[in-house]
Design a protein around this ligand. Structure first.
Ligand code: NAD
Ligand code: UDP
Length: 344
């Protein structure tokens, strides 16, 4: 089993992936500055992980933009780091429009300093967190990886630029890189011990719905019912965060077994877009709790629809998302109900 560096491993997707990688037997170093997460997430991961896992996880508080922090992380493992999963970054579209320099700094600058540290420590293998928003406002579905990528906000622009920077290292230095374009990860580990813990009022649909169900918010605001979609509300390709976490383990295995330079760019989604109202109905069916909602105008920056073709991921990695929308709702609700204030 490999020694791996996981940047941003305390975050939503990172914490679920750390658990899956510990279950697979890997030794991990997590580097996180806790800008958008709590160290408690990793304590909870340890409760769920196999008994011997405490010997295989080290947590370093530090910033991916800082060479010294990165060097500390690379030197923390008992064996040299064979690969990196790079989650650390910022992910809020509106924030990226308001603070573009922050996004270029953390998302691109952070990836550049990480790549430099990888060079210093003789590691050329990375799984990178990219996003479906690189496709801009597409009109043809399902989305294939080779379709145009005209990103429309700094968040997507910085992720696409980081993908391109890593691709250049594949060409020039035989790196092995997987850029994974996530669609809409939701849900939580079925134990309800780890999950998504947004700051303040949630931006995203799923945590908003679970907080309405918990009585913390009065009603869901549905942003627009006049889109050119099945029922007029926005459609997205939601996938269970545990499916996504497992995809990282498979992508790492794929790269670790590959001889020589490798570059894969893959959509990670189910291939089935669901409307906002379909998600509300699925949540009500899965939990028996009704979700009051009102329809508001469209939210600035939202696109009508995103839907992955999951075929490349299936062909290249042998991975498909397997958990249902009902399971995403059930597990997301179990986490919210047991942790009304997140990790606090
Ligand atoms: P998250 O905010 O929960 O996790 C990101 C983690 O990175 C957090 O623990 C945060 O503290 C850490 N971090 C941020 N800046 C850092 C820095 N400078 N140095 C060290 N650590 C830092 O987000 P997430 O939902 O788990 O997303 C993980 C990655 O996946 C992000 O790069 C995000 O852009 C990308 N992504 C997320 C989604 C989504 O819907 N959640 C979709 C597509 C892509
Ligand atoms: N949405 C909504 N109300 C909310 C949050 C989101 O109607 O409170 C809609 C949004 O317009 C989009 C879908 O739900 O059509 C998914 O939005 P989310 O913010 O979860 O993901 P993203 O915009 O990143 O795809």
């Amino acid at each position: 089993m490999a020694s791996l560096l996981i940047t941003g491993g305390a975050g939503f997707i990172g914490s679920h992936t750390v658990l899956v990688l510990l279950e697979a037997g890997h030794e991990l170093v997590v580097l996180d500055n806790f800008a958008n997460s709590s160290p408690i997430a990793l304590d909870r991961v340890m409760e769920l992980a196999p008994a011997d896992a405490s010997k295989r996880l080290q947590v370093i508080e530090g910033d991916v933009r800082c060479a010294e922090d990165l060097d500390r992380a690379f030197c923390a493992a008992s064996a040299s780091i064979a690969g990196v999963v790079h989650f650390a970054g910022r992910k809020a579209v509106r924030e990226s429009v308001e603070q573009p320099l922050l996004y270029w700094d953390v998302n691109l600058g952070g990836t550049r300093s990480l790549a430099e540290a990888m060079g210093r420590h003789g590691c050329g293998l990375v799984v990178f967190s990219s996003t479906a928003t690189v496709y801009g406002e597409p009109e043809v579905f399902p989305l294939l990886e080779e379709m145009p990528t005209p990103p429309v906000h700094p968040y997507a622009q910085t992720k696409l630029a980081a993908e391109q920077m890593l691709a250049a290292l594949v060409r020039s230095q035989d790196w092995r890189v997987a850029s994974l374009r996530y669609f809409n990860p939701v849900g939580a580990h079925p134990s309800g011990r780890i999950g998504e813990d947004p700051n303040g009022i949630p931006n995203n649909l799923f945590p908003y719905i679970t907080q309405v169900a918990a009585g913390r918010l009065e009603r869901l605001r549905v942003f627009g019912d006049d889109y050119p979609t099945r029922d007029g509300t926005g459609e997205r390709d939601y996938l269970h965060v545990m499916d996504l976490a497992e995809a990282h383990a498979v992508a790492l295995d794929h790269l670790l077994q590959h001889q020589g330079a490798a570059q894969v760019t893959l959509n990670l989604g189910t291939g089935h877009a669901r409307s906002v109202l379909e998600v509300v109905q699925a949540f009500e069916r899965a939990t028996g709790i009704s979700i009051p909602y009102e329809v508001l105008p469209r939210r600035a920056g939202d696109v009508p629809k995103l839907e992955a073709s999951p075929e490349s991921a299936a062909q290249v990695l042998g991975w498909r998302a397997s958990r249902s929308l009902e399971q995403m709702c059930r597990d997301g609700w179990a986490w919210q109900r047991a942790n009304p204030n997140g990790y606090q």
